[in-house]
Design a protein around this ligand. Structure first.
Ligand SMILES: C[S@@+](CC[C@H](N)C(=O)[O-])C[C@H]1O[C@@H](n2cnc3c(N)ncnc32)[C@H](O)[C@@H]1O
Length: 270
């Protein structure tokens, strides 16, 4: 079998590649996502905790779209990500809209050149931490930057079951290799371990597992090839028959269903 030259999904190398093909972090597919899927709950819980005049830190902000909403209520938002072109796009979008209370910072909080994780804000300066679908690396520095009673809200990808049909596809396109698959294991345990190591505790955690329906073969191809280097991916036309076969044997009411899984959690610092 040929050696796989595919970066691990959500590694720095994977994001660096994604940034060459997408001008932000978004899912290029079209699907029908079940209700109460965690994405909406994250937005609700953020709205509930965000009060006028707060200083907010958004971790791993991608191309920064959420920070613009946060900035309507917050007195100041710092939003950071290690992908420079996404941060440049975010800053430009905010400037075009006349939003001037956001600092978009290109920063790698887990930069291996430093001996400890560092958030790009000063001591005792954050009322609310928001992180949608982002990493957990920054938790050890949360207490330093938090004001007493600051709240962390985080929506994490939760590991999804691998669909039975994955073996019908070429090895490189197996579900475990695509960007959708988090491989996160027991995310609630990972979160609690990270918090405990930082001297913090979980306040609340909520799991979400809803169907996401794909209506045609090309959309499913988009899912399993997302984030993979183009030169590693066969064109759709060459493997269309395999996706059609998957639809013939696995579709329910004309759609192939994947699970969309999220873990939403909250912690209070100090
Ligand atoms: C799954 S994406 C989510 C992006 C955005 N929050 C959203 O919901 O669209 C995770 C983001 O975390 C960023 N990230 C991962 N590790 C990072 C690190 N060590 N420092 C800064 N950003 C990081 C990635 O570059 C990526 O943009």
């Amino acid at each position: 079998m040929a050696e796989l030259r595919i970066p691990r999904a959500h590694s720095n190398e994977w994001y660096d590649h994604l940034a060459t093909v997408e001008d932000g972090y978004y899912y290029p597919r079209s699907s029908r996502l079940g209700a109460r899927n965690g994405e909406d709950a994250y937005q609700e819980v953020v709205d509930e905790h965000l009060k006028d005049g707060m200083r907010v830190l958004e971790v791993g902000c991608g191309h920064g779209e959420l920070a613009v909403d946060l900035a309507t209520k917050a007195s100041h938002v710092t939003a950071y990500d290690r992908i420079a072109p996404w941060i440049e796009r975010a800053a430009q979008t905010a400037a075009d809209r006349g939003v001037n209370n956001i600092d978009y910072i290109c920063h790698d909080a887990a930069d291996p050149a430093h001996d400890r994780v560092t958030l790009p804000v000063g001591d005792n300066s954050v009322d609310l931490f928001g992180c949608r679908r982002g990493p957990l690396h920054w938790i050890p520095d949360a207490e330093r930057v938090a004001k007493p009673g600051a709240v962390i809200l985080h929506l994490a990808p939760m590991e999804e079951p691998i669909p039975a049909w994955t073996s019908k596809l070429p090895h490189k396109l197996h579900y475990e290799n695509c960007g959708r698959y988090s491989g996160a294991g027991s995310i609630h345990i990972s979160v609690e371990n990270r918090l405990h190591q930082a001297g913090l505790t979980l306040d609340s955690g909520w799991g979400f597992d809803v169907p996401e329906r794909f209506d045609d073969a090309r959309e499913l191809y988009t899912v399993v090839t997302w984030g993979l280097p183009r030169d590693e991916v066969p064109p759709f036309e060459d493997i269309e028959h395999r996706f059609e076969r998957i639809f013939e044997t696995h579709a329910e009411d004309g759609a192939v269903v994947l699970r969309h899984c999220r873990y939403l959690w909250k912690a209070i610092v100090g």
